[in-house]
Design a protein around this ligand. Structure first.
Ligand code: ANZ
Length: 842
C-alpha cells in the first residue's frame, strides 16, 4: 500500500492541470455562467500568510462545485499593484517599485499555485500593466468629459509622512490608514471625482444586493443621508466697524430681500428646524469662507485667526465627538438675527462644526442638542427650552415633544411642524449627504498618470488615441513633499509640444480596483475595456468574497464607477457585485492580528510542505464559521491531516479490490457493498455538503464528511458510493481526490467490468458531475405528523422520526395554523399516535 505522499501527489496534479488547462474558462458564451471573484491582493513584499488564502480557498471550493454542476465558471486572479503599499515597500527596500512589484507578483503566484487554486491564469491582470491602465485612464477621460472629474483647491487631508493628499476613505480615526500618521488639512490643487452626484443611487440600490447587513449599514452611514432645512440668518454689524443702521428688535426682517450676497447671511443646515425658537447662537466652522468674508467687521481678528490655525490641526473625530471638550471663539462686532423671533444672537466659530458637512454652519440649540449644550454651559450662553419633556438643567433633551416658547407654534408636536416652521422662516427643505467628493490625485510616483495636459490655465484631455499615458521610469521616485509628484521634475516628460505641460499627479491606489473585475471578462481586448457581448454574458459578479475593511472604500468606489459606466453605456447592469461575503480574519496563535510586528505570522508554504495543500485547505475551512475571526493553531492541523490519511487508506484498499476484481472477473458478483445505514449516511452527507457549500458553512460540511469517513472505516463501502464521496470532497482536497480517482479508474456511469478508463484530463474528477443525493434513501429520517383540533386536520409537522411525544406536543401547541383554533380555549386532552397524528381536544 502506497503512503500518502502529499508532496508528490500535489506537484504531479498541479502540473497536469496546468498542462491540460482543465480550469480554463470557456469563451463560448452559451453555457450558463458563474462568475466568482476574490478581491485581488496587492503584492506586498512579505508574501502571503495563512490568513490570505482563507477567502481564496472558499471561492475555490465554490467555483469547483459550480464547474462540476456544468457551469462555465470564471474564477480569475490578478494583482492590485499600484499605490502606496507597493511604493512604500519599494522605497524601504531601495528598489524601483516596478521591479519590486514584478518580484512580489511572481512570489505571490507561486504561493497561490501550490495551494492548488483553480484560477484561470490566462486571464491574469495587473493594474500596473499599461494595457490595463490604458482603460483606467480612459474611464478618467470619460468622467472628465461628463463633468464628474474636476480640479479643486479646497483644503484636503495631507499625510506628512506619505507626503500626499488623501481621500476621506483613506483615513482611520483621523490617521493615515497606511502609516498611522496624524493627518493635517492642507489647501492644494487636486483632482476630485464627483461621487456625491451618485449618493442617492448608491444608497437606494443597496436594497437590491445580497450583502451582509453590516456592510450595507456601514455604506449607509458613510453616505449619511439627512433630510433637514437650510435656513438663512441675517448678519448685522454691531460694533465699532458697524456701517449701516442696526436693526431694531421689533423690526420684521425683510424676508423678500435679495439673499444672494452670502456675507450678509449665515446659512445653516438643521435636521431640527422645529427647535429654531431655541437657537440662541450660531456657529460657523472655523474654515468656513464666510469667516474671511466677515473679517472686516470682526473686532477680535487676532484671536479668531489664531483659533482657525489651531483647528486645522485637529482630527475630525476629536472635533465632533460628544463629551470632548468644546472650544470656540465669539466673532465680536457682529450678530445674527434668528428669523423665527427676530432675536439678536451671537456668532461663534467652533471646531465642533465641520466645514465639509451641510453648509458648514449651524444654529445652536443648547436645550436640545448635546454638543450645543456642552458649549453653552462652557461659555455661559443662554439655554431656552422649546420642546417639553426633558430636564435641561442636566442635559439636552433631544427627543420629540410639545413645543413651548415657540410663538404661534406653541402646543404643537415638534415632530409634525418641521416643514411648516421651515416655510415660516423662509427656509428650504433639503437633503444632505455626509459623503464627500473623492479626492483623486496623489502627489506620488507609483500610480496611473492622470491623462490631461495643462495649456496655461486650460485643461486639455489627452486624446483617446494617445492612451495609455505611460508612467515614465525615474531615478528618484521618493515623494517630494512639496505638493508636487516626483514626475514634476522630469522635464522631457512633462513638457509636450505646443508649450503644454502634463499633469504630474497620479491616481490613487483605488483607481484600478474600481473596475478591474470587468477586465477579467475580456482581458486582451485592445479595442474596448470589455466587449459588449462578453459583458452581457458575464454580467454581474455572482459572488464576491473579500475583507470587510473594504466596506466603505473599494466597495463604494467600485459601485460608483460601475454606475457611471452604466450611464455611458459600457455595462448593462447597475450594480457590479450581486452577492458579497466578507472573510473573517485568521489571527495569530496568540490571538492577535497576524503581523510582522508581533512575530506571529504563519507562512502557508511551510504548512503546505509539511502537511500538504489539501490539509491546509481543509484546516482553514474547518477553523470555524467562515465570516468570523479565528485564531490559527498549528497543532490543530493534525486533525484534518488524519482525516485525509483515513480516506487515503480506504482509497488504497478499494483500488486493490479493483485490481483483484480485474484479475478474477467474477461474473455478476457484487463489487463491494455499502450497507443500508452507510448508504443513507452517504446520501445525507451529499445533501449536507451540497447545501453547506452554497451557504459557506464549510466547517459543518467537513464535519459531516468526517462522520461519514468514520463509518466507512467500519463498514465496507461500494466503489460507486466511494466515488460519490470523493466527488463531494474534491473541491476541498482537489489533489488527493484526483489521485485516488485516477487509481480507482472506474469511469463514472459505465457498468462495472468495462474498465476502459478515459484518459486524463477527460476523466479528471474536477470535470466530473457533481453528485446528486437520493432523497428516497434519506426520506425515512423524517415523518409527517398531522395536527388535528377536535379531530379536524389543521396543520402538519415534518420532524425527525425519533422525536419525543413531548416535543411533538410543544411544537403542535405553538404551531401558527393551530393557534387560532385553540386560542382562549381550555385544552382538555392531547392524543398522540406516534409518528402519525396528534389530536388536540378542546
Ligand atoms: C439645530 C439642532 C437642534 C440640531 C437640535 C440638532 C438638534 P445629521 O443627522 O448628522 O445630519 N450640524 C449641521 N451641520 C453641521 C456641521 N457642519 N458640523 C457639525 N454639526 C452640524 O445632523 C444634523 C445636525 O447636526 C444639524 O441639526 C446640526 O444641528 C448639526 F435640537 O441643528 B442641528
Amino acid at each position: 500500500m502506497k503512503d500518502y505522499n502529499h508532496l508528490k501527489i500535489e506537484k504531479k496534479w498541479q502540473s497536469e492541470w496546468e498542462k491540460n488547462k482543465i480550469y480554463k474558462t470557456s469563451d463560448s458564451l452559451e453555457k450558463p455562467k458563474y462568475y466568482i471573484l476574490d478581491m485581488f491582493p496587492y503584492p506586498s513584499g512579505e508574501g502571503l500568510h495563512v490568513g490570505h488564502p482563507k477567502g481564496y480557498i472558499a471561492t475555490d471550493i465554490i467555483s469547483r462545485k459550480k464547474r462540476m454542476e456544468g457551469m462555465n465558471v470564471l474564477h480569475p486572479m490578478g494583482f492590485d499593484a499600484f499605490g502606496l503599499p507597493a511604493e512604500n515597500y519599494a522605497i524601504k527596500m531601495k528598489v524601483n517599485p516596478s521591479d519590486a512589484v514584478d518580484k512580489n507578483v511572481a512570489r505571490f503566484k507561486k504561493q497561490l499555485e501550490i495551494i492548488g487554486l483553480d484560477y484561470d491564469w490566462s486571464r491574469e491582470i495587473n493594474t500596473t500593466d499599461p494595457k490595463f491602465y490604458k482603460w483606467t485612464q480612459w474611464i478618467f477621460l470619460k468622467l472628465l468629459e461628463k463633468g464628474l472629474a474636476f480640479e479643486s483647491y479646497e483644503p484636503i487631508n495631507w499625510c506628512p509622512s506619505c507626503k500626499t493628499g488623501l481621500a476621506n476613505e483613506d483615513l482611520e480615526d483621523g490617521k493615515c490608514e497606511r502609516c498611522g500618521s496624524e493627518i493635517e488639512q492642507k489647501p492644494m490643487r487636486q483632482w476630485v471625482l464627483k461621487i456625491t452626484d451618485y449618493a442617492e443611487r448608491l444608497l437606494e440600490d443597496l436594497d437590491q444586493l445580497d450583502w451582509p447587513e453590516h456592510i450595507k449599514e456601514s455604506q449607509k452611514n458613510w453616505i449619511g443621508k439627512s433630510k433637514g432645512a437650510q435656513i438663512k440668518f441675517k448678519v448685522i454689524t454691531t460694533g465699532k466697524f458697524s456701517s449701516g443702521p442696526r436693526m431694531r428688535e421689533d423690526e420684521e426682517p425683510d424676508r423678500s430681500e435679495n439673499l444672494s450676497s452670502s456675507s450678509n447671511f449665515i446659512e445653516v443646515f438643521t435636521t431640527r428646524p422645529d427647535t429654531i425658537f431655541g437657537a440662541t447662537y450660531a456657529v460657523l466652522a472655523p474654515e468656513n469662507k464666510l469667516v474671511t468674508e466677515l473679517m472686516d467687521s470682526i473686532e477680535n481678528k487676532k484671536e479668531v485667526q489664531d483659533y482657525i490655525k489651531k483647528a486645522g490641526k485637529k482630527k475630525e473625530m476629536d472635533r465632533t465627538a460628544e463629551g470632548k471638550e468644546k472650544t470656540g471663539v465669539e466673532l465680536k462686532g457682529i450678530k445674527a438675527i434668528n428669523p423665527a423671533n427676530n432675536e439678536e444672537i451671537s456668532i461663534w466659530i467652533a471646531d465642533y462644526v465641520l466645514v465639509s458637512y451641510g453648509t458648514g454652519a449651524v444654529m445652536a440649540v443648547p436645550a436640545h442638542d448635546q454638543r450645543d449644550f456642552e458649549f453653552a454651559k462652557k461659555y455661559d450662553l443662554e439655554i431656552i427650552e422649546v420642546v417639553l419633556g426633558g430636564n435641561i438643567n442636566k442635559s439636552a433633551y433631544i427627543e420629540k415633544g410639545i413645543l413651548i416658547n415657540s410663538g404661534k407654534f406653541d402646543g404643537r408636536d415638534s415632530g409634525e411642524v418641521k416643514k411648516e416652521i421651515t416655510e415660516f422662516v423662509g427656509g428650504e427643505w433639503v437633503t444632505k449627504y455626509k459623503l464627500r467628493d473623492w479626492v483623486f490625485s496623489r502627489q506620488r510616483y507609483w500610480g496611473e498618470p492622470i491623462p490631461v495636459l495643462h495649456d496655461g490655465d486650460k485643461i486639455v484631455p489627452v486624446p483617446e488615441k494617445d492612451l495609455p499615458v505611460i508612467l515614465p521610469k525615474v531615478k528618484s521616485y521618493e515623494p517630494t513633499g512639496t505638493g508636487e509628484s516626483p514626475l514634476a521634475v522630469i522635464d522631457d516628460w512633462v513638457k509636450v509640444k505646443g508649450g503644454m505641460k502634463r499633469e504630474t499627479n497620479t491616481m490613487p491606489q483605488w483607481a484600478g480596483s474600481s473596475w478591474y473585475y470587468l477586465r477579467y471578462m475580456d482581458p486582451n481586448n485592445d479595442k474596448a475595456l470589455v466587449s459588449k457581448d462578453k459583458e452581457k454574458y458575464w454580467n454581474q459578479i455572482d459572488f464576491y468574497v473579500g475583507g470587510a475593511e473594504h466596506a466603505t472604500r473599494h466597495l463604494i468606489y467600485a459601485r460608483f464607477w460601475h454606475k457611471f459606466l452604466y450611464d455611458i453605456g459600457v455595462v448593462s447592469t447597475t450594480e457590479p457585485f450581486k452577492k458579497l461575503q466578507s472573510v473573517g480574519l485568521v489571527m495569530g496563535e496568540d490571538g492577535r492580528k497576524m503581523s510582522k510586528r508581533f512575530g506571529n505570522i504563519v507562512n502557508p508554504d511551510e504548512i503546505v510542505k509539511n502537511y500538504g495543500a489539501d490539509t491546509l485547505r481543509i484546516y482553514e475551512m474547518f477553523l470555524g464559521p467562515f465570516d468570523q475571526a479565528v485564531a490559527w493553531n498549528t497543532q490543530g492541523i493534525i486533525g484534518p491531516r488524519r482525516f485525509l490519511e483515513k480516506i487515503w487508506k480506504i482509497g488504497q484498499q478499494i483500488s486493490q479490490r479493483t485490481v483483484l476484481w480485474e484479475e478474477e472477473k467474477p461474473k455478476g458478483q457484487s463489487f463491494g457493498k455499502s450497507d443500508i445505514e452507510l448508504e443513507k449516511l452517504l446520501n445525507k452527507t451529499i445533501k449536507k455538503v451540497s447545501e453547506d457549500i452554497e451557504t459557506m458553512n464549510f466547517n459543518t460540511a467537513i464535519s459531516a464528511m468526517m462522520i461519514l469517513v468514520n463509518e466507512m472505516e467500519k463498514h465496507e463501502i461500494d466503489i460507486k458510493d466511494f466515488k460519490l464521496f470523493l466527488q463531494i470532497l474534491a473541491p476541498f482536497a482537489p489533489h488527493m481526490t484526483e489521485e485516488i480517482w485516477s487509481m480507482i479508474s472506474v469511469p463514472q456511469g459505465l457498468a462495472l467490468g468495462s474498465f476502459k478508463a478515459r484518459p486524463f484530463p477527460a476523466d479528471s474528477i474536477h470535470l466530473s458531475s457533481w453528485p446528486e443525493w437520493d432523497e428516497s434513501k434519506i426520506i425515512d429520517e423524517t415523518v409527517k405528523i398531522v395536527i388535528q383540533v377536535n379531530g379536524k386536520a389543521r396543520s402538519e409537522l415534518v420532524v425527525d422520526k425519533d422525536i419525543t411525544e413531548e416535543e411533538v406536543k410543544n411544537q403542535s401547541l405553538k404551531n401558527e395554523k393551530v393557534l387560532p383554533w385553540i386560542k382562549d380555549k381550555e385544552i382538555k386532552r392531547v392524543i398522540y399516535v406516534p409518528g402519525r397524528i396528534i389530536n388536540i381536544v378542546i
